[in-house]
Design a protein around this ligand. Structure first.
Ligand code: ATP
Ligand code: MG
Length: 385
């Protein structure tokens, strides 16, 4: 819990730091602007204050719990410092220390001086303020401390903050185009989508839906997942592809041990076609090497070759527990474990093929009526979030 004194004062400030953007050379301004833009759009209606770029950081001249919760979900933010801004005068910092320090803690002062014209160096400021605390009967120790106080000396302000909250990290969105994520009702694909949305991309979603095994109401689960994932973006879209007729045909024409692979190849074919039409640069899946039969190396090779654009699969080397851990942190886990029969489980074998050959799959597909793909694409439904 962040101190109320720190948040509800006229000179309350949030100092937002980024990390990876700082390595972007000439593109840095582009990334910074994208981040500021994302922050300000998310804070519309929450505060009238605007976040502003300020020499390697972003400053927001206000602070409250709600704003902090929003900032914690914005890709590109490394950490969030909560404190005050004052004029370039250490006496003003001392006044703030008077208000917020307690005898229970041992403080360390950590200063960064960007403004090289300021009369004291960072170590001198650390020492001066630590001496001040000690002179007032408080504890300060540069090594054995219980609480760190951060001070940043900028060109026209000093920022002092007491709580540094870790952000999502990654890159701000809208810097690298958009991708289309194949979202099932499972645990993996929402986490995969989240991982990619931290890499500068806008993620939209596609779900293949069979209404013989699921009612329309069951789609609520998919919508809930998209809605949760959209908290990490500005807005998003979900495409729902009716998969029933194609699946029926696949069940008729393909032996059960290959069905999952053929379903998957059709998902990739349809998703690629939609992606090309709607300008998505890549697909995303929650695939994970060796997790299920359809995700062996051979099967990844034969299924992925059905896509006509790159497929990103950020969970490929994860343990299930690592994925679950992220799912819990981002709030998708509770939704993913709600009951929902995955359409791809429809009439697949207990002993699926683990070493498929492309030629075999293509031979089965020759029997499948291509009109069904066109029909499915024609009937895609689009929902905006
Ligand atoms: P998940 O937990 O994401 O469902 P999984 O371990 O159950 O993954 P599969 O069912 O083989 O594995 O699915 C692998 C990937 O294929 C999913 O992560 C998802 O990207 C995609 N996928 C599977 N079913 C669907 C579907 N009905 N609609 C869209 N994408 C799907
Ligand atoms: Mg699944």
């Amino acid at each position: 819990m962040i101190s109320v004194i720190i948040m509800n004062t006229t000179n309350s400030v949030i100092v937002i730091h980024y990390n990876e953007i700082a390595t972007k050379g000439e593109n840095r301004i582009h990334f910074e602007k994208a981040l500021v833009d994302h922050i300000n759009k998310k804070l519309t209606g929450i505060t009238t204050k605007k976040a502003k770029r300020n020499y390697g950081k972003i400053i927001l001249d206000t602070s409250n719990e709600k704003i902090i919760e929003i900032l914690k979900k914005i890709p590109g933010i490394q950490n969030i410092g909560i404190g005050f801004s004052v004029d370039l005068d250490l006496k003003k910092i001392e006044k703030i220390l008077d208000k917020v320090v307690t005898k229970k803690e041992v403080y360390r002062i950590s200063t960064k001086r960007q403004n090289k014209k300021f009369e004291l160096t960072s170590p001198e400021i650390n020492k001066k303020l630590a001496d001040y605390l000690i002179s007032k009967g408080f504890n300060a120790d540069i090594k054995k401390f219980t609480k760190e106080i951060f001070i940043e000396i900028c060109s026209n302000k000093i920022y002092i903050f007491f709580d540094k909250i870790t952000g999502l990290g990654g890159l701000p969105i809208t810097t690298d185009g958009k991708v289309l994520s194949l979202l099932s009702g499972g645990i993996d694909s929402p986490v995969a989508s989240f991982m990619i949305s931290k890499r500068g991309t806008i993620v939209h979603y596609i779900h293949f839906f069979n209404d013989t095994i699921n009612s329309r109401a069951a789609l609520d689960k998919i919508k809930k997942l998209v809605s949760k994932l959209t908290e990490y973006q500005l807005d998003s879209k979900l495409f729902i592809v009716p998969f029933k007729d194609l699946q029926k045909e696949i069940i008729l024409k393909v032996p059960s041990k290959y069905r999952m692979l053929v379903y998957k190849r059709y998902m990739f074919k349809i998703a690629s076609m939609l992606a090309r039409k709607e300008n998505y640069k890549a697909l995303v899946t929650g695939d994970n090497l060796g997790q299920v039969a359809s995700q062996t190396l051979d099967n990844i090779k034969t299924t992925y070759s059905a896509a006509s654009i790159p497929i990103l699969h950020p969970l490929i080397g994860f343990d299930k527990l690592e994925t679950i851990d992220i799912a819990k942190k981002i709030g998708t886990y509770e939704i993913s474990i709600l009951p929902y029969e995955d359409c791809c489980s429809l009439l697949v074998s207990q002993h699926p093929e683990t070493k498929s050959k492309l030629e075999d799959l293509e031979n089965f597909e020759k029997e499948i009526n291509p009109e069904l793909v066109k029909e499915a694409i024609k009937k895609i439904e689009k929902i905006k979030f």
